[in-house]
Write a protein that binds this ligand. Structure first.
Ligand SMILES: Cc1cc2nc3c(=O)[nH]c(=O)nc-3n(C[C@H](O)[C@H](O)[C@H](O)COP(=O)(O)O)c2cc1C
Length: 208
């Protein structure tokens, strides 16, 4: 039995979001193929995802010095620990994000900051950092108004590329993606783009 984290970063549901609609098709197909697996939905717009701020820095400092943390420092540092423990305890990750200004919404970056913990996701060695999550798999579904998987704007794409690099840094050996892309650039093809992406997601989920 695998533990699957279905991580979505969108304020809307599938009725108003291409990425969530395709993500939903993926996870429903995955559940059908893997009914024994545990699937946990982390909706980053509903979860408490602390940003690394002054409380967290001072909390980390106090943990080192042995001083007592304030209630707020304690709460935030504890929550980061919960998120990173949950992340490393999972076997598979499915990230679902819209493209906003060439990348993903800021809460996704805050989430990555909460799980990128030395000693958990990677460790430092004399030869440089080494990823520790070598038995995991990751999948990313991203919706964009324009085309970024190829062509002149490909170099501007920084959401999928960032996640791919981070997963590689964590040692995750498998990273696949679906771009639901071009509906704003080609509105007459929007329905076809959506349907094709849903079909690809349903198919990819069966072997994920
Ligand atoms: C704040 C914001 C920024 C956006 N930035 C881009 C962009 O950089 N490139 C692009 O092609 N589309 C951009 N779009 C369009 C979205 O990527 C597109 O609508 C996509 O479908 C969003 O995913 P969703 O359907 O899941 O909401 C942006 C939309 C919003 C709301």
């Amino acid at each position: 039995m695998s533990k699957v984290l279905y991580i979505t970063a969108h304020p809307h549901d599938e009725t108003a979001s291409y990425s969530i609609m395709v993500g939903k098709a993926f996870i429903e197909s995955y559940k059908k193929s893997n009914p024994q697996d545990e699937v946990i939905h982390l909706d980053l717009y509903k979860e408490d995802i602390p940003q690394i701020d002054a409380d967290i820095f001072s909390g980390w400092g106090k943990l080192q010095s042995g001083d007592e943390l304030s209630a707020e420092e304690q709460r935030k540092v504890h929550r980061l620990g919960e998120l990173s423990d949950q992340f490393i305890s999972a076997d598979k990750y499915i990230f679902v994000t819209p493209m906003w200004n060439f990348s993903f919404p800021p809460v996704m970056k805050a989430y990555i900051d909460s799980v990128a913990v030395a000693g958990k996701a990677f460790r430092y060695t004399a030869e440089g950092p080494v990823g520790l999550l070598t038995d995991k798999k990751a999948f990313h579904i991203q919706a964009c108004g324009g085309i970024y998987s190829e062509g002149p704007a490909a170099g501007m794409e920084m959401g999928n590329r960032y996640l791919k690099n981070v997963m590689q840094f964590f040692g995750v050996p498998s990273f696949d993606s679906i771009f639901v892309e071009g509906h704003a650039a080609m509105p007459d093809k929007a329905e076809e783009i959506k349907e094709k992406a849903i079909a690809r997601a349903e198919d990819a989920a069966q072997s994920f």
